[in-house]
Design a protein around this ligand. Structure first.
Ligand code: PAF
Length: 283
């Protein structure tokens, strides 16, 4: 496994390599990331993972400075697992040598709702860095986790609309096998008590899923009572939303009757930590 810090070094290493599979990350790797890397092996001969905490996708009051940067630990983990060939951990100067004034503005219908509503500019930052990583690494495939469901949909559409010759591979969300808590780098902000409570978010959205699968039709009612339950448990929910998997729009009565694939998405704060989670419905 090679660790490189500059675009020039990376491109030198990649010379002559044809089937590159890319796993973009912001580091602080957990089993969810490792699942992306294991999947990458099936979709390319050379597996590259990028580790870069992308300033562009953080709002002014978000946790850019506190975001855990654990490159040494991450590389140790990757070395032990032997699942990637190259770790690309560029410096900020290398990725953004000048102010990034050319940016990607994703489809507002997809990007200004849910996470994009509560984190304005977030998906512009994500798409801009992903686009840049794609043009630096030139992968044939790129892995994205379903944990960031909306991000996955937005990247799929970006790749499709720009005609990028890249296969976007969705990878299942990974949960703690005992508690069901979705694995996330932000879980490390939680104390013991909050870690136990954190599983309530998952339980709540599974409750919504079960109601839909049992035939419930009042989506707004389900969303509202889920938010209320979270509040009663001390959470500050931003949203619990039922959406169509295909375009993240609100399902119609016909969609419900036809049991088109849906997803329940949620974002809520426990203490000062904001967590997101989702479950698919009618799969
Ligand atoms: O999902 C993430 O970790 C980030 O949004 C990504 C795709 C690496 C872009 O910075």
């Amino acid at each position: 496994m090679k660790l490189v810090h500059s675009i020039a070094e990376l491109q030198e290493l990649l010379k002559g390599k044809e089937e590159i599979a890319l796993v973009p990350t912001m580091g602080n790797l957990h089993d969810g990331h490792l699942a992306l890397m294991k999947e990458a092996r099936k979709h390319g001969k050379t597996v590259v993972t990028s580790i870069f905490v992308n300033r562009l996708q953080f709002g002014p009051n978000e946790d850019f400075d506190q975001y855990p940067r654990t490159l040494e630990e991450d590389c140790k983990k990757l070395e032990e697992q032997g699942i990637v060939d190259i770790v690309f951990a560029p410096s900020e100067k290398d990725m953004y040598p000048e102010p990034q004034t050319y940016t990607v503005r994703p489809d507002p219908q997809l990007a200004d709702i849910l996470e994009g509503y509560y984190r304005p500019g977030f998906f512009d930052g994500v798409c801009t860095v992903v686009c840049k990583l794609f043009s630096i690494v030139r992968p044939v495939s790129a892995m994205f986790g379903k944990k960031d469901y909306q991000q996955l949909k937005i990247i799929q559409k970006m790749v499709r609309q720009f005609g990028m010759p890249i296969k976007v591979v969705p990878v299942e969300l990974q949960r703690n096998p005992q508690t069901g808590l979705a694995l996330s780098s932000r879980n490390r902000y939680l104390d013991e008590k909050q870690l136990q409570e954190a599983t309530f978010l998952y339980k709540t959205i599974v409750g919504v899923k079960n109601s839909l699968e049992a035939g419930a039709l009042d989506i707004e009612g389900l969303e509202e009572s889920a938010k209320k339950r979270l509040e009663e448990h001390g959470w500050k929910p931003d949203y619990v939303s039922v959406a169509r998997q295909s375009d993240l729009l609100i399902p119609t009565r016909e969609d419900l009757n036809q049991r088109v694939p849906l997803v329940v998405l949620a974002a809520a704060k426990i203490g000062t930590t904001r967590l997101i989670d989702n479950v698919e419905v009618f799969n």
